[in-house]
Design a protein around this ligand. Structure first.
Ligand code: F3S
Length: 290
């Protein structure tokens, strides 16, 4: 069995940067992370062992601690609350998210701001926070169709939005305003990974997708791959099942944007070992026949 790993898999630039900052910060000061740093329990556990405590509210941090802002970013009130409590902030907001926050703040001065994305996602809540009180999020064409008319509208995207959905909504929004400003704030990392995984899944007999089950982008990767071939979503190498690879010639491997290289490597190693075991059994069977 040949194990083929997707060319683009695992950490995106923003997540890698956030993790590096967290690991660096904890070496010099007591550190808390505002929310789990990434959607991967193994990484969160590892950081906790290094001393990074996860908090859900600024009030849970002590003034002696440094608070890491994760790649999704936060609304301005969080920086303000940290400042008031004398808590040092290590800002690991992804620069692409930061750009969307800045654009939302500027656009809100002259227009109604709409963010296309999941209204419950911290990144979207953060961007809305920078845009101020009137801004809101929508995610479906139907929601766009139901909107009233606005004299001036600005639309931005959650960085992980599919291009097609954003475009559909933008087309609809033209009917709801006399002036629409479009900021395409989609980050290519997600779609690039999805395209590469989809192509790979079309060439193999089985796909393994590694990542947190609570990670939306990992689940999306698995669902895309399953359109092409049998697909298994796992969090760690221990979950691999030898039966998935019986009689298989080519197996594909990809991973969500919050899966670290060390977990991908472990999975790859174990898949290769299963393969070798399989070959050994085959050889023994052949010897028995002789
Ligand atoms: Fe940043 Fe794009 Fe990753 S916005 S956090 S590099 S998916």
């Amino acid at each position: 069995m040949k194990v083929i790993q997707a060319e683009k898999a695992g950490f995106c630039f923003g997540v890698k940067r956030a993790l590096e900052r967290a690991e660096r910060t904890v070496q010099n000061s007591a550190t808390v992370s505002f929310g789990p740093l990434i959607h991967n329990q193994q990484v969160v556990d590892r950081l906790e062992k290094q001393g990074v405590r996860v908090i859900d509210a600024v009030e849970e941090a002590k003034s002696s601690e440094t608070m890491i802002i994760r790649s999704h970013g936060v609304p301005p009130e969080i920086y303000q609350a940290a400042l008031e409590r004398g808590i040092e902030v290590e800002d690991a907001t992804c620069p692409f998210v930061q750009k969307a926050q800045k654009l939302a703040a500027e656009a809100s001065q002259r227009s109604q701001v709409i963010v296309v994305g999941d209204k419950h996602h911290p990144e979207v809540q953060g961007i809305l926070g920078w845009a101020g009180g009137d801004a809101f999020a929508i995610e479906t064409l139907q929601e766009a169709q139901e909107l009233p008319f606005y004299p001036h509208l600005s639309v931005l995207a959650q960085t992980t939005q599919p291009h097609a959905n954003f475009q559909r909504i933008v087309d609809e929004l033209h009917q709801h305003t006399q002036e629409l400003t479009v900021y395409n704030t989609i980050c290519n990392a997600t779609e690039e990974r999805q395209t590469v995984a989809w192509e790979l899944a079309g060439k193999v007999d089985v796909m393994v997708v590694v990542g947190g089950r609570n990670s939306a982008n990992t689940r999306k990767l698995a669902s895309i791959c399953s359109e092409q071939t049998e697909t298994h979503l796992i969090e760690t190498a221990d979950e691999l099942n030898e039966n998935w690879f019986k009689g298989i010639h080519k197996a594909g491997l990809t991973a969500g944007a919050s899966t670290p290289d060390w977990i991908i490597e472990e999975v790859k190693k174990k898949m290769t070992e299963i393969d070798e075991k399989d070959l050994t059994v085959q050889n023994e069977e052949e010897m028995d026949l002789n």
